[in-house]
Design a protein around this ligand. Structure first.
Ligand code: HEM
Length: 150
């Protein structure tokens, strides 16, 4: 059972990272109707995979691995969870922007986005990707008992 949940955790986490990377590439180029629609769809995949990562991750913490008292004494785990929450909060901004394009997309027009807003969306997605790199580092440390606190 624990292997199955480890598998699900990895599938969801890889999907999340892939979705973020696709967003990063799509938002770098000029916005078209096609790329704007893709961004909305990929962002949905990002949100769903984040939800699955969180639920499966918590199930692993409480039932399928080393137990909650191990993880809540692990500095890398606390770092990982905090970063995950931070990335979730950061991701609100791009999501709200993508959703605001609905009206123009429904009318068959590419959304008109201020260059400043586009730069901000790019910066946020970039930050999220950097955060994921640290999540991966923390995951490797916490699984190996590095950084356990008394
Ligand atoms: C973007 C988000 C996440 C990514 C990329 C990620 C990635 C990983 C990776 C690669 C591992 C395997 C570590 C190893 O065995 O070397 C792992 C393990 C694990 N993750 Fe995550 N994770 C994420 C979010 C979460 C969250 C939100 C939780 C809990 C609330 C969580 C709980 C766990 C647990 C309990 C393990 C097992 C560690 C062990 O073997 O003791 N993860 N994660």
């Amino acid at each position: 059972m624990s292997a199955f949940f480890a598998f699900l955790h990895h599938v969801a986490a890889f999907t999340l990272v892939a979705a973020l990377a696709v967003e990063y590439v799509l938002i770098k180029d000029e916005l078209t109707i096609g790329s704007a629609r893709k961004l909305q769809l990929v962002d949905l995949a990002f949100g769903v995979s984040a939800g699955i990562v969180l639920v499966i991750g918590l199930l692993r913490v409480f039932y399928f691995e080393k137990g909650p008292s191990y993880y809540f004494h692990s500095a890398p785990f606390i770092g990982k969870l905090s970063l995950f929450v931070l990335i979730g909060l950061l991701s609100i901004y791009p999501t709200v922007q993508f959703l605001s394009w609905r009206t123009s997309l429904k009318a068959g027009r590419a959304p008109v986005v201020e260059p400043r807003t586009l730069r901000a969306i790019r910066a946020v997605i970039h930050l999220e990707l950097a955060g994921v790199v640290f999540i991966l580092l923390f995951a490797a440390l916490m699984a190996r008992g590095i950084g356990l606190m008394a």
